[in-house]
Design a protein around this ligand. Structure first.
Ligand code: SAM
Length: 287
């Protein structure tokens, strides 16, 4: 069965949140996510920060990181401004901001973020099919560049390919499952020759990651999983969702201890060009 079909099947067990991805600002998204205590970007932050620092030292220049499935630039906000998810929840569910139009919210957020100290010198690019989310990310300055494209279905434009060329690190949270090896296969030819980016993906364990590992392997990548570490993505939205996900995990013969306790669990995979895989993963994946 093609991965897209399998993932669609597995996704059917998850609560459908796609209606919150396309608003012109993150308030609806965050109101919904708060109900399920969505927190994977915060757990991913120390790992992404260490990887960015490591790549910056190797390169001796600022890093370009691409957040795949970036939505409004949540990872960018946490990384650039040293914020926590609670800071973002406090802002984007603040009743005092309920009456703001999306334009007013975007303007206010541009001022809010630009007044904060910059904690990370990486340029952060974002790719997501949601044009409103990408526009918000660019207009607030959270994303240095954005690409509104769905590579599962569409081709990479020449402009997007140029944007990808300098990328040193591809990262994602909460996105694999929507994104499969199809998107990775389309991105790889755009990366600058001889300097393929590292790829750091937090993946819900019910989604098979092997097809992406195999696709990357064709281009000389080795992928390692951070063994023994579980990252809570969020709580289940309902008992029905939990039951459906437990069924999917059991059908694949996977550990479901964290999910039995009420949370969707992600695991971390680092993919590096074979010649770059010298420093052990555990030293880089500081949690
Ligand atoms: C659960 S949200 C995660 C957003 C963000 N990474 C975070 O952790 O807050 C999933 C994101 O994947 C995006 N997405 C869905 N299909 C995608 C695709 N084909 N390519 C890239 N992103 C996609 C959605 O638009 C949404 O922004």
């Amino acid at each position: 069965m093609p991965t897209t079909t399998t993932n669609k099947e597995i996704n059917s067990a998850k609560a459908d949140m796609s209606h919150i991805y396309g608003h012109p600002d993150p308030r609806n998204y965050f109101r919904e996510l708060q109900k399920v205590d969505y927190r994977i970007p915060e757990l991913a932050k120390p790992v992404f920060t260490t990887l960015i620092q490591h790549l910056e030292e190797r390169k001796n220049a600022p890093v370009h990181a691409l957040d795949v499935g970036c939505s409004y630039g949540v990872n960018a906000a946490l990384l650039k401004h040293d914020l926590k998810m609670d800071d973002l929840y406090a802002r984007w569910t603040d009743p005092a901001l309920d009456a703001a139009t999306p334009e007013q919210m975007t303007d206010a957020d541009r001022r809010f973020f630009s007044a904060l100290p910059v904690a990370n010198s990486a340029a952060i690019y974002g790719l997501d099919p949601s044009s409103p989310a990408i526009s918000y990310g660019e207009n607030t300055g959270l994303l240095d560049r954005g690409m509104a494209v769905n590579l599962e279905e569409d081709e990479l434009s020449d402009v997007a390919a140029d944007t990808l060329a300098p990328v040193d690190l591809v990262m994602s949270t909460g996105c694999v499952g929507y994104v499969t090896e199809i998107s990775f296969a389309k991105m790889i030819p755009a990366f600058a020759e001889g300097r393929l980016p590292w790829m750091a993906n937090f993946v819900l364990r019910m989604f098979p990651f092997d097809p992406i590992v195999n696709e990357l392997g064709k281009h000389g990548y080795v992928t390692e999983k951070l063994e023994g570490e579980q990252f809570i993505q969020r709580a289940f939205a309902s008992a029905e969702e939990q039951e459906g996900v437990l069924d999917k995990l059991k059908a694949q013969g996977l550990d479901s201890s964290g999910e039995s306790e009420g949370n969707l669990i992600a695991e971390f995979y680092l993919s590096r060009p074979a010649q770059d895989a010298t420093v052990p993963l555990r030293e880089l994946a500081t949690t």
